[in-house]
Design a protein around this ligand. Structure first.
Ligand code: UTP
Length: 291
């Protein structure tokens, strides 16, 4: 019997150096795309895929992320007093059920794999999702739901994958591809940030995963990989052959919001997709494109 997917880990302990000075006193994951912080896109996507329990792996200076999901009592009282019904309803509709978010600290940012290992008590013996909030996906069906559908069918590990330019494989976790059917590929191997000359393909993992709890055992070995960090990709590679492992070429467009150009593109794409903003944005963009 395949265990239902109910848990998600959100690693948010990175330093966000590519966004300095914006991230000097504010977590990268609080940067808004249009009017919603990145962290909330991740939580909304996860809840839409049936996730009920969240664990944020935080670090120093990340308190705003936890406060964001608290009830802002004074703000709500003021909005009610001033009859700002719409704003009040928005806040209330997004409130998280009590006890649904837990946090652990990653004291030193030793890598994504180490961040996930820090959540081991939360993970326990259950399958779990990982969402990296700086990867945003604009899609018809939420990206994690697409992965969850594959997980519930196969009962194995599933990662979201996309093609990247061959010369950029040294920035990503790359798949060695096995049998392929439609948008699903069997994962035969995984390598973190390979040199383009050694890369087994140009299919890269993006920040959406569904993993079996056994990955924690492999993370416990604390082996250092690319960049001298404890790499999640290396621990996942050790699970190949023990359980089904698939890459899903998801439907939708991915934006790397950890990168300035990717972040700006996401602003435009998400604004254009909004009925309340799209027409105005389309109009003013013409001004800059024709200049
Ligand atoms: P990034 O590689 O984007 O690193 O991490 P970063 O520190 O956030 O940003 P830059 O490169 O300095 O600008 C990918 C994800 O892994 C988390 C980050 O928070 C982000 O969600 N992460 C990374 C951790 O939680 N801990 C780590 O030790 C490393």
């Amino acid at each position: 019997m395949v265990k239902r997917l109910r848990k998600a880990v959100l690693p948010v302990a990175g330093l966000g150096t590519r966004f300095l000075p914006a991230t000097k006193a504010m977590p990268k994951e609080m940067l808004p795309v249009v009017d919603k912080p990145l962290i909330q896109y991740a939580v909304d996507e996860a809840r839409a895929a049936g996730i009920e329990q969240f664990c944020m792996v935080t670090g120093r200076g990340k308190t705003a992320l936890i406060d964001h999901f608290d009830i802002a009592f004074e703000l709500e009282a003021t909005l009610a007093e001033r009859s700002k019904r719409e704003a009040l309803m928005l806040l209330r509709s997004e409130a998280m059920p009590p006890g649904s978010i837990t946090t652990v600290r990653q004291q030193v940012p030793l890598g994504l794999g180490h961040a996930i290992w820090c959540a081991r008590s939360f993970i326990g013996q259950d399958p779990f999702a990982i969402l990296l909030p700086d990867d945003l996906v604009l899609s018809q069906t939420p990206c994690l739901q697409q992965l969850a559908d594959v997980y519930h069918e196969t009962g194995g590990n599933v990662v979201a994958v996309t093609e990247v330019p061959h010369e950029q494989t040294n920035r990503y976790g790359i798949l060695k591809i096995g049998a392929t059917t439609a948008n699903r590929v069997e994962v035969e191997g995984l390598v973190e940030k390979p040199d383009p000359a050694d890369a087994p393909s140009n299919l890269s993992i993006i920040g959406r995963y569904i993993l079996l709890p056994e990955v924690v055992e492999f993370l416990s070995m604390m082996e250092r990989g690319a960049g001298n960090e404890v790499q999640l990709t290396d621990a996942m590679a050790k699970m190949i052959g023990h359980a089904p492992f698939h890459g899903l070429k998801f439907e939708g467009q991915r934006f790397d919001c950890g990168d300035k150009a990717g972040f700006l593109e996401a602003q435009i794409a998400f604004a254009l997709a909004r009925p309340d903003l799209g027409p105005a944005v389309r109009e003013f963009l013409k001004k800059y494109i024709n200049a």
